[in-house]
Design a protein around this ligand. Structure first.
Ligand code: GLU
Length: 284
C-alpha cells in the first residue's frame, strides 16, 4: 500500500495568516490520521515578489505553529529547467502559442469585437481573444525577435480536442467526483517570456514529481483544479485526490490577505497569542 503524501505549498511573497495556518494544520491532521507524510514546497517562481527574507519568516511561523515536514523543502525557483522541459513538450504538441496582447490590448480587442457578453474566467478576468491562435510561425518568430513582450498561452480548443473526453477529479472530503471545466478558463497563460512556467504548470509538475497523493488546499483554488486536470491528462500524470477546504474569512466576510498585518501569524505571535489559541481561532 502506498503511503499518503500531503503537502503545504505557500508562496513566500507576503506574511502567512490564519488561513495558511488552517490549511497547513489541516494537512498535518490528515497526515496523522492516515499515517502519511508531509512535504513543504515554496512556490517562489515570482523572483521579484518572493524573497529569502519572506521565506525565512514563513519557516519561522510554520515552526511556531508546530508544523512538521520532511526535508528537503522543495523550492520551485531551483527547478526552472524541469518546467522548461514541460513547456517544450506542450510547444512540440502545438498546444501553446506566443500571445502578444497586453491587458490593455485585450480590453481594446474586446471593445472592438462589439461582443456584449464577453466571457470571463472563474477568477474574473476576460478570456483571451482567439485572434492570435492563427499567426504564422514566421510572424511569431519575427515579433519575438523584435523583442515584443508575450506570454505562452494554451490553445484551449485544441487541448480539449486532444483530450477528447470529459475529465473529472475526486474530492475525497465529500467523496464526490467533480466534472472539470477547463474550457471556462479559455487560453490560459502557461508560461511567460522571462519565466518558463506559471502557477498552473509548476503545481502540476511538482505534485507529480513529489508523489503527492492528497492535495488539501483552500476553496479559492477549486476552479483552478480544472486546469490542473487538463494539464495532468496532457502530460500523462495520474491525478492526486483533492480536498478544497473552507476559507478563513475576516470579520467582514472577506478572504484574508497576505498584506493585512493584524491577522498575520507574526503579529499574533508578537501580541502573545499561543499556538493553542491559534488552533481555537481556526477551529482545529
Ligand atoms: N502557492 C499557492 C498559494 O500560496 C498554493 C498552491 C496550492 O496549494 O496548490 O496560494
Amino acid at each position: 500500500m502506498t503511503i499518503p503524501v500531503f503537502r503545504f505549498a505557500p508562496s513566500p511573497n507576503g506574511s502567512l495568516h490564519l488561513g495558511h495556518a488552517y490549511s497547513a494544520l489541516l494537512n498535518q491532521k490528515m497526515v496523522h490520521e492516515t499515517d502519511g507524510k508531509m512535504l513543504l514546497r515554496m512556490e517562489d517562481i515570482d523572483r521579484e515578489r518572493c524573497t529569502p527574507d519572506l521565506e525565512n519568516s514563513m519557516l519561522e511561523d510554520l515552526e511556531w505553529i508546530a508544523l512538521s515536514w520532511e526535508q528537503p523543502v522543495r523550492r520551485q525557483s531551483e527547478h526552472f529547467p524541469i518546467y522548461q522541459e514541460a513547456l517544450n513538450r506542450l510547444i512540440e504538441m502545438e498546444l501553446i502559442y506566443p500571445a502578444f496582447l497586453s491587458r490593455n490590448g485585450i480590453r481594446h480587442e474586446i471593445e472592438r469585437s462589439n461582443v456584449a457578453d464577453w466571457p470571463y474566467d472563474p477568477d474574473g478576468a476576460p478570456l483571451y481573444p482567439e485572434t492570435e491562435r492563427k499567426l504564422s510561425k514566421r510572424e511569431q518568430q519575427t515579433r519575438i525577435s523584435a523583442g515584443e513582450p508575450f506570454a505562452w498561452r494554451l490553445n484551449m480548443d485544441r487541448a480539449l480536442e486532444m483530450v477528447g473526453k470529459p475529465l473529472v477529479w475526486h474530492e475525497f472530503g465529500s467523496g464526490k467526483n467533480v466534472d472539470a471545466r477547463p474550457q471556462d478558463w479559455g487560453d490560459i497563460i502557461i508560461a511567460r517570456r522571462d519565466m518558463p512556467t506559471s502557477y498552473h504548470l509548476s503545481v502540476v509538475i511538482d505534485d507529480a514529481l513529489q508523489g503527492i497523493t492528497h492535495v488539501v488546499r483552500g476553496k479559492d483554488l477549486y476552479h483552478a483544479t480544472s486546469v490542473h486536470r487538463l494539464l495532468q491528462h496532457l502530460f500523462g500524470i495520474e491525478p492526486p485526490l483533492y480536498h478544497h477546504h473552507q476559507l478563513i474569512l475576516d470579520e467582514d466576510g472577506a478572504k484574508l490577505s497576505k498584506s493585512r498585518k493584524d491577522t498575520s501569524l507574526r503579529s499574533l505571535r508578537e501580541k502573545g497569542t499561543t499556538r493553542q489559541e491559534i488552533c481555537d481561532l481556526i477551529g482545529l
